[in-house]
Ligand binder design. Structure first.
Ligand SMILES: C[C@@](O)(CCO)CC(=O)[O-]
Length: 319
């Protein structure tokens, strides 16, 4: 009986979301502490292939529209790899909340692709993997920049722009990120499309905001390399103001940001698609991070995570 396994993890965009869609740079870090594991087991070939996950249990051909990217990806991988038409049961084990800007769809796509190649005993190179994940991301989110796919595949922070080669870079800082889930689903497809509408209506004003977000990424890169956390916190706040001007804030994320900043965060911002989803706060050290975490929970965060900024020291692109 064939068996396959594939793993991945979440991501958080530190700087440059939305601007990255317009060619500006963005920086994202992998959330290796929030894993996604996909297992595939061969089943009796008289039976239809199935999928079980937190959000759906049943036949693959009946997967709901909310999982259209997953359905598309499984069908594509099946067509290309399953020459002997074996039946299988796929199980998805993920601690990542969906539609919260933490890369859940890209992480699930990555783990599924890896599990299929493992199941059929085929080698999988990095570019092929990225290609599959981006195809399923396009079905889920519309035209994506590709940043999410690259970060959930990587073990190192990623600096990405459509124009330049991907930069997997490392830095040494004492800082921590506190990530808080607002509990409100963010719809990346919708927010990306709304920003586009705003841009088409007023290319000067919106183009200028996107440009400033790109400049925030450049500053972030230097501040991370120089361990200049106080300045980095200010850049977080500056980016949050710019993202709010793109209509990506909601009262709940504003409330979380305010309570984190009152608990001595160096700065806080929306992360990912926005209008719901998660916020990130920059903390000086672990003690400060724990203080911020408590304040966020008190203000109604559905879930929180702590992440040292420099955990991925020497590793690079891990496929
Ligand atoms: C909003 C966005 O910049 C990040 C979504 O996680 C969209 C993208 O990069 O495709």
């Amino acid at each position: 009986m064939l068996k396959g396994i594939g793993k991945s993890h979440g991501k958080t965009i530190i700087m440059g979301e939305h601007a990255v869609v317009y060619g500006y740079p963005a920086i994202a870090i992998p959330l290796v502490s929030i894993p996604v594991i996909v297992r595939i087991n061969e089943i009796n070939d008289q039976k239809e292939s199935t999928l079980s996950s937190k959000y759906y249990v049943g036949k693959i051909h009946q997967l709901p529209d909310s999982l259209s990217g997953v359905k598309y990806l499984i069908n594509l991988l099946d067509q290309e790899l399953n020459v002997e038409h074996v039946s299988y049961a796929i199980s998805i084990d993920s601690s990542l909340p969906i539609e919260r800007g933490l890369g859940s769809s890209a992480a699930i796509g990555t783990a599924i692709t890896r599990a299929f190649f493992n199941f059929f005993n085929n080698p999988l190179d990095h570019d092929t993997l990225v290609n599959y994940v981006n195809k399923s991301e396009t079905v889920t989110h519309g035209k994506a920049s590709g940043l999410d796919a690259l970060t959930v595949i990587s073990n190192a922070p990623v600096q990405f722009s459509k124009k330049d080669p991907v930069d997997y870079f490392t830095f040494k800082t004492d800082g921590f990120l506190v990530i808080a889930d607002s509990g409100v689903k963010g719809k990346t497809k919708e927010t990306v499309s709304d920003v586009k509408k705003m841009y088409d209506k007023d290319p000067n004003e919106i183009g200028n905001i996107l440009k400033q977000l790109g400049q925030c990424t450049k500053k972030t890169s230097l501040e991370l390399s120089g361990n200049r956390l106080k300045e980095l916190g200010q850049t977080f706040s500056e980016a949050n103001n710019l993202l709010s001007r793109l209509n990506l804030a909601i009262p709940k994320t504003d409330k979380l940001i305010e309570s984190a900043n009152n608990a001595e965060a160096l700065g806080s911002k929306i992360t990912g698609g926005g209008r719901g989803g998660c916020i990130i706060s920059l903390a000086r050290n672990l003690t400060n991070a724990e203080m911020i975490q408590k304040a966020l929970i008190k203000s109604g965060a559905e879930q929180t995570w702590l992440q040292p900024l420099s955990i991925y020291a020497e590793e690079s692109d891990g496929d």
